[in-house]
Design a protein around this ligand. Structure first.
Ligand SMILES: *[C@@H]1O[C@H](CO)[C@@H](O)[C@H](O)[C@H]1NC(C)=O
Ligand SMILES: *[C@@H]1O[C@H](CO)[C@@H](O)[C@H](O)[C@H]1NC(C)=O
Ligand SMILES: *[C@@H]1O[C@H](CO)[C@@H](O)[C@H](O)[C@H]1NC(C)=O
Ligand SMILES: *[C@@H]1O[C@H](CO)[C@@H](O)[C@H](O)[C@H]1NC(C)=O
Ligand SMILES: *[C@@H]1O[C@H](CO)[C@@H](O)[C@H](O)[C@H]1NC(C)=O
Ligand SMILES: *[C@@H]1O[C@H](CO)[C@@H](O)[C@H](O)[C@H]1NC(C)=O
Ligand SMILES: *[C@@H]1O[C@H](CO)[C@@H](O)[C@H](O)[C@H]1NC(C)=O
Ligand SMILES: *[C@@H]1O[C@H](CO)[C@@H](O)[C@H](O)[C@H]1NC(C)=O
Ligand SMILES: *[C@@H]1O[C@H](CO)[C@@H](O)[C@H](O)[C@H]1NC(C)=O
Length: 437
């Protein structure tokens, strides 16, 4: 009886934090950190919001702005409350959030599970409920929660999980107490302690890696990491591969040097692996190519698929043996299912153009003995009907993103009079004789 009572108390506590109706699909939005670090204010962020509208990105689904580190003063008030920075927000944060709401964009706060944020602003450890109240007053509905300046073990007697759970619990009770929709909680513990296993119990997304950098080796290493933890993503809980470094990387992070083909690979992997899609570049002078990539409706539709929450997964690593991690040469052949057809992502990880090849039946989601119509999610064209395999040439670090739909039974193999068997080592005639090639 005693054990049952303890179990049910815990069950209720977790169920409140978990099953709160928000965060089913990956978040789409904008984050100030990578382009501006602490160097932003009302004027600068409103300019990003206006650029998002102008370029059709809000309409494409990017409907949130995360004010990352540095939006408050460095000291709390005497009552312990967070204080908005009056230089950054001359009309107040409430004014800022209501201005972007008029543009169809919601506002997100940033804080930290320790004493201070990574840039030395107040962290929320010990102030969880108070800070949630303040963010609500300012008009925020989402929280990115970092992992710097954590208290010593003897203070918390908790690991990463327990330190993050404090805010998760505060969010659940805040929502219950105020009868309002729950905050989204985005865990930013950089993949320290396998958040893809437990993150769903605490929040809605979790970073699987350290901070992204705007060049290919960083993109490749995050894709390599994702090739081993893709299974962590699903409805209400998403592997966060960090911001999209597509376009003008601005003043916050070092100047980026992704090529057009690399930027397409970056976006394809993030979209199909069901990562939150959070823009981290300066959009005010975005090029046509940047907007074309960030606004790819075919890929956004898959990222935001209302019926299938699982990410694509590698079916063959390619350059390296299967299941071998290689930060510069991650898995090349990926597939998965969607509401709109079977997905394939083919990545040329070589530094030169390469011929890529796969048999359709290497993907679990394909039906053997069927042909498939091929739609290219970058050229947005129908590219004919595939029979058994697809062969393509990709530029250095380039990608193909394909959507396949059933086109009926495949014809007999010409000339041989024999049926085809994708798993030829196991196909047999009804009398029990194995098929032999
Ligand atoms: C944790 O350890 C430090 C150093 O021994 C000590 O000063 C502090 O009081 C301890 N805190 C708690 C909560 O035990
Ligand atoms: C891009 O920048 C990174 C970091 O500075 C550098 O290591 C890499 O060689 C650059 N790549 C190209 C193609 O210039
Ligand atoms: C956008 O502005 C940045 C910084 O002012 C500059 O470095 C970059 O070249 C500009 N990009 C375009 C496409 O104009
Ligand atoms: C990664 O793969 C490349 C290409 O095969 C190879 O040259 C490199 O040595 C590999 N790196 C590691 C750490 O295995
Ligand atoms: C793929 O998803 C579609 C649409 O939800 C579904 O009808 C189909 O059965 C799925 N295919 C497999 C192999 O799971
Ligand atoms: C593709 O299918 C052919 C014919 O069954 C087979 O010989 C080949 O090994 C397969 N290739 C891969 C990469 O699975
Ligand atoms: C599909 O066709 C378009 C238009 O011809 C072409 O640009 C694109 O490269 C093709 N895609 C593939 C994967 O072959
Ligand atoms: C690819 O499939 C075609 C049939 O469409 C077949 O003729 C060809 O041999 C296959 N290629 C490989 C390498 O298996
Ligand atoms: C089984 O059936 C196949 C196909 O009809 C035939 O080629 C084979 O000889 C048969 N094997 C035996 C042991 O009868």
């Amino acid at each position: 009886m005693l054990f049952l009572a303890i179990f049910s108390v815990h069950f209720v506590r977790y169920a409140v934090a978990l099953n709160n109706g928000v965060g089913k699909l990956p978040k789409m939005g904008y984050d100030t950190w990578n382009a501006f670090a602490c160097n932003y204010d009302q004027e600068r962020v409103l300019a990003q919001a206006e650029a998002m509208v102008k370029h059709g990105l809000v309409e494409a689904g990017y409907n949130s702005i995360i004010l990352d580190d540095c939006f408050t003063l460095k000291s709390r008030s005497t009552g312990g409350k967070l204080v908005e920075d009056p230089e950054k927000w001359p009309n107040g944060l409430k004014y800022f959030t209501s201005e972007i709401k008029k543009l169809g964009i919601s506002a997100s706060a940033y804080s930290d599970a320790g004493y201070q944020t990574c840039a030395g602003y107040p962290g929320s450890y010990g102030h969880e409920a108070q800070d949630l109240q303040t963010w609500t007053e300012w008009g925020f509905d989402y929280l990115k929660y970092d992992n710097c300046y954590i208290p010593f073990d003897n203070v918390t007697q908790e690991n990463v999980y327990g330190r993050y759970q404090r805010m998760s619990d505060a969010i659940a009770s805040h929502a219950a107490k105020t009868q309002s929709e729950s905050f989204w909680l985005s865990l930013c513990e950089w993949g320290w302690q396998q958040p893809w296993i437990w993150g769903k119990q605490i929040g809605h997304s979790w970073r699987i890696n350290g901070d992204i950098r705007p060049w290919w080796s960083a993109i490749a290493s995050i894709i390599d990491q994702a090739s081993f933890v893709y299974w962590g993503s699903g409805f209400y809980g998403h592997n966060d591969m960090d911001m999209l470094e597509i376009g003008n990387t601005g003043q916050g992070s070092p100047v980026g040097n992704l090529t057009y083909d690399e930027a397409k690979s970056h976006f394809t992997a993030w979209a199909l692996l069901k990562s939150p899609l959070i823009i981290g570049t300066d959009l005010t002078n975005a090029t046509r190519e940047t907007i074309e990539i960030l606004g790819n409706r075919d890929l956004i539709k898959i990222n935001q698929d209302p019926n299938i929450g699982e990410a694509i997964s590698p079916f063959r690593w390619g350059v390296n043996p299967d299941y071998v991690s290689n930060a510069t040469h991650p898995a090349q052949y990926w597939s998965g299912n969607s509401s709109y057809g079977v997905l394939f992502m083919v990545l040329n990880t070589y530094d030169r153009p390469a011929q890529m090849f796969f048999n359709l039946t290497e993907s679990w989601a394909i039906r053997a003995g069927r042909m498939y119509d091929v739609y290219d999610m970058w050229s947005h064209t129908n590219n004919g009907t595939a029979l058994r395999n697809i062969s393509l040439t990709l530029p250095a670090h380039g990608v193909a993103a394909l959507l396949l739909n059933d086109a009926g039974p495949e014809p007999e193999v010409e000339g041989t009079g024999l049926p085809y068997c994708a798993g030829y080592w196991q196909c047999s005639w009804p009398n029990g004789t194995y098929y032999s090639n």
